[in-house]
Design a protein around this ligand. Structure first.
Ligand code: PLP
Length: 480
């Protein structure tokens, strides 16, 4: 396909500007000579060229509106379009961030209600909605932990993180000045209690635990984990990116977690993958409330206001009050489903993942064979050993079946990992079509491995050199 620059013809245009009826001021007088750019070489195309170019590009894109997208750890579920409609309402989009609070009472009320719903769902005393991603939520949470120990006058320099954790966990710990200590997973894919027991010293701030973890397992020994951490004065942090697996079934606050970050863009109806926007609220138990970021939304005499006066706060973590439109979608989704509906989404997410696990188990290695939560993790090791076909090859072959591949090579502790998260919104027919494709590929790997290794065959671009693309990205047109 030609670049838009290659479609350019001198003088062709997509719009007409009405004749000028005001005095002309030379641009140089307005912005200064130095800022004037000559010969910027913009494409000149007709309206139809323009429309066709971008429509053709859009049709080459793949998204959850087009097909199955079982990207484990990222929850690429279908998000009801009504939440988008709600987020588009002019009262939400039109409010200027600097408008006086009196003009934004409805928006503040929405945020306050969302905050209170999250407290109820996750068993926390309070939430901040400010952080704009899961990773920023983690950072905020660990800053809160650091401040908590500072206030108590305790010096704790290390933080424990299981080896199955998302890379953002150690990054957040390190950014807050903690030395991160890796806790290896047990043979069952959970926290190894013996290792935890010896690693949890009075010098350790706590444990960052993803629950369910990235292998898709709920931590069986959570009560013991909490006892060990709390017994030495530490804090138990929950990476709640996988919260869609337990909504309405359990509350992190009830099972020993002191704080949690959520990913509204994974669990509560905001599509993601294009780099945002996201929202990563942080919930805390009562003893951590004083350290929450400011401003906080409070209600004084029936008026909502943004309050700043909290002496122990970690400060502000985001301009204004976070990504509001993501909050509108989460709020709408929560109200739409209600308590019963939320519980049902988790039921279905777990059922679907276990269905796929059962259907694919005869064909792929299953390093941890347990009932899973919202996602299941296979290994392509068998295919590598028997036919020199790698997980990457099979993922590329899936593209020929019109399926977005699952997450691959994560979690890092599973060699040749294939991490599948079907989500609650897919029908049995879609799940079966996916399983049929995976099984066909497993058979092809056996009978015609070279065919799998050459995939994909039907996509606009074939096998790309990932390393070259990352190291030497070609993002500018140098033609003409
Ligand atoms: C996605 C994810 C994160 C990071 O969240 P972002 O919103 O992408 O910053 C952290 N932990 C886990 C387990 C995740 O899946």
């Amino acid at each position: 396909m030609d670049l838009i620059f290659e479609k350019s013809r001198p003088g062709r245009r997509a719009s007409d500007i009405p004749a000028n009826d005001v005095p002309v001021t030379p641009l140089a007088e307005v912005i200064g000579e130095g800022l004037i750019r000559e010969d910027i070489d913009l494409p000149e195309v007709s309206e139809l060229d323009l429309v066709r170019h971008y429509t053709a590009l859009a049709r080459r894109n793949f998204g959850v509106d087009l097909g199955f997208y079982p990207l484990g750890s990222c929850t690429m579920k279908y998000n009801p379009k009504i939440t988008e409609e709600a987020a588009k309402l002019p009262g939400f989009t039109g409010l200027h961030p600097y408008a006086p609070e009196a003009f934004g009472q409805g928006n503040l009320a929405l945020m306050d209600e969302l905050r209170r719903m999250l407290c109820e769902l996750f068993g926390m005393a309070d939430f901040t909605l400010q952080p704009s991603a899961g990773a920023q939520g983690e950072l905020t949470g660990i800053m809160i932990c650091r401040k908590y120990f500072e206030k108590k006058g305790e010096k704790r320099s290390r933080i424990l993180i299981p080896d199955a954790a998302h890379g953002t966990n150690p990054a957040s710990g390190a950014l807050c000045g903690f030395e991160t200590v890796t806790i290896p997973s047990s043979s069952e894919g959970g926290v190894d209690l013996t290792v935890l027991e010896s690693a949890m010293t009075e010098d350790v701030a706590g444990l960052m635990l993803t629950n369910p973890n990235t292998l898709g397992f709920f931590e069986k020994n959570i009560a013991d984990v909490a006892r060990i951490i709390h017994g030495r004065g530490g804090l138990l942090y929950c990476d709640g990116a996988n919260a869609n697996a337990f909504l309405g079934h359990t509350r992190p606050g009830d099972i020993g977690f002191d704080l949690i970050q959520l990913n509204l863009h994974k669990t509560f109806s905001t599509p993601h993958g294009g780099g945002g926007p996201g929202s990563g609220p942080v919930g805390v138990g009562a003893k951590l409330v004083p350290f929450l970021p400011v401003p906080r939304i409070i209600k004084v005499e029936n008026r909502y206001t943004l309050a700043e006066d909290y002496p122990d706060t970690i400060g502000r973590v985001k301009a204004f009050y976070g990504n509001f439109n993501v909050m509108v979608k989460a709020y709408t989704y929560l109200r739409l489903l209600g308590a019963t509906g939320l519980k049902q989404t988790s039921d279905m997410a777990v059922l679907n993942a276990n269905y796929i696990k059962a259907r694919l188990a005869p064909y792929f290695d299953l390093p941890y064979d347990r009932t899973c939560m919202h996602e299941c993790v296979f290994s392509g090791n068998g295919q590598v050993q028997d036919h020199s076909v790698h997980t990457l090859d099979m993922a590329k072959r899936l593209l020929d079946y019109g399926v977005h591949p699952p997450t691959i090579y994560f979690p890092l502790i599973v060699p040749e990992a294939i991490m599948i998260e079907p989500t609650e919104t897919e029908s049995k027919e879609t799940l079966d079509a996916f399983c049929d494709a995976m099984i066909a590929i497993a058979k092809e790997a056996e009978e015609d491995p070279e065919r799998v290794k050459g995939a994909p065959y039907t996509t606009p671009v074939k096998r790309l050199d990932d390393v070259l693309a990352a190291r030497k990205p070609n993002v500018c047109w140098t033609g003409k």
